[in-house]
Design a protein around this ligand. Structure first.
Ligand code: UDP
Length: 254
């Protein structure tokens, strides 16, 4: 890993300069954080699973015409992506009340929402990622009207597609967070889906039991965190044949 120039280290990923100009290598760590970095820990094998899960979801979304930054997976913990200028917004889509929506508005967790809700948060750790409105976004030029239109359209399509994909494997997509970036290609600029989509950034509940299969197991100390991520991967059909022991083996490439 030392050969490559590190560009950025985030909470769950490290970004390195890619082999070609305009490319980046995303390395998925096992580190987990919650509550704006106040809670820290490790989920063994998480990086390997998130790399595979995010690959699968990005590829499938690409197949329905959602432009993404994803190029290809390189190995157990790394994927090659296009270099983009990240739009400084976390876009949250909700189908069922949970998390901060339940806390702020007193809506019981698990209440089905009559329609999907879109929320925006400013990506700014020192401010604690405050919620912002479209007015703030255009006033402070974090995204143009046209970009926001594209983001809303893509977010709703992504939600419909992923809700169906997860329902097909007995999982309810309660809510999720996505990020977008500007991909400059010559004179052309496109808004593309960036970052990752994984159980770190989604709430996934078992359809039959409502059991949580995502980072809430870590946030709320529910135990069996590794197992939950493995179960999502297994249902998506991407857990190695030999099971979780293969995933532990990836320490060799850390
Ligand atoms: N989320 C995320 N990163 C964040 C904040 C939220 O990936 O910094 C995801 C979270 O996993 C959930 C959705 O966005 O799937 C909505 O999160 P919420 O606003 O309820 O906040 P949380 O309870 O996660 O702090």
């Amino acid at each position: 890993m030392n050969r490559r120039k590190q560009i950025y280290e985030g909470k769950a990923k490290v970004l390195f300069q890619g082999p070609e100009p305009g490319t980046i290598v995303q390395y998925f760590k096992d580190d987990a954080t919650a509550f704006n970095n106040k809670k820290k820990g490790t989920i063994t094998g998480k990086g390997v699973l998130n790399n595979r899960i995010s690959e699968l979801l990005m590829v499938r979304l690409g197949e329905i015409g959602i432009p993404t930054h994803f190029i290809k997976r390189l190995n157990m913990r790394e994927q090659l992506v296009r270099e983009v200028e990240i739009i400084p917004l976390e876009v949250v889509v909700r189908n069922v009340a949970a998390g901060t929506l339940s806390q702020r508005l007193g809506i019981e967790e698990g209440t089905m929402l009559p329609r999907s809700i879109l929320e925006y948060y400013l990506k700014n750790d020192s401010l604690g990622d405050p919620m912002v409105s479209e007015e703030h976004i255009s006033c402070f030029s974090w995204a143009t009207h046209q970009e926001l239109d594209e983001i809303v359209n893509m977010a709703l399509r992504i939600n419909d597609f992923l809700s169906g994909l997860f329902l097909g494997i007995g999982i309810r997509l309660v809510d999720f967070k996505i990020e977008f970036g500007r991909w400059y290609n010559g004179d052309d600029m496109r808004v593309v889906l960036a970052d990752e989509i994984s159980p770190d950034s989604c709430r996934l509940w078992d359809l039959k039991t409502n059991e949580k299969m995502d980072k809430d197991r870590f946030r709320r100390d529910l135990g069996k965190v590794e197992e939950a991520y493995q179960e999502v991967a297994r249902r998506l059909g991407i857990l190695p044949e030999s099971g979780p022991s293969d995933i532990q083996g990836t320490k060799a490439i850390q």
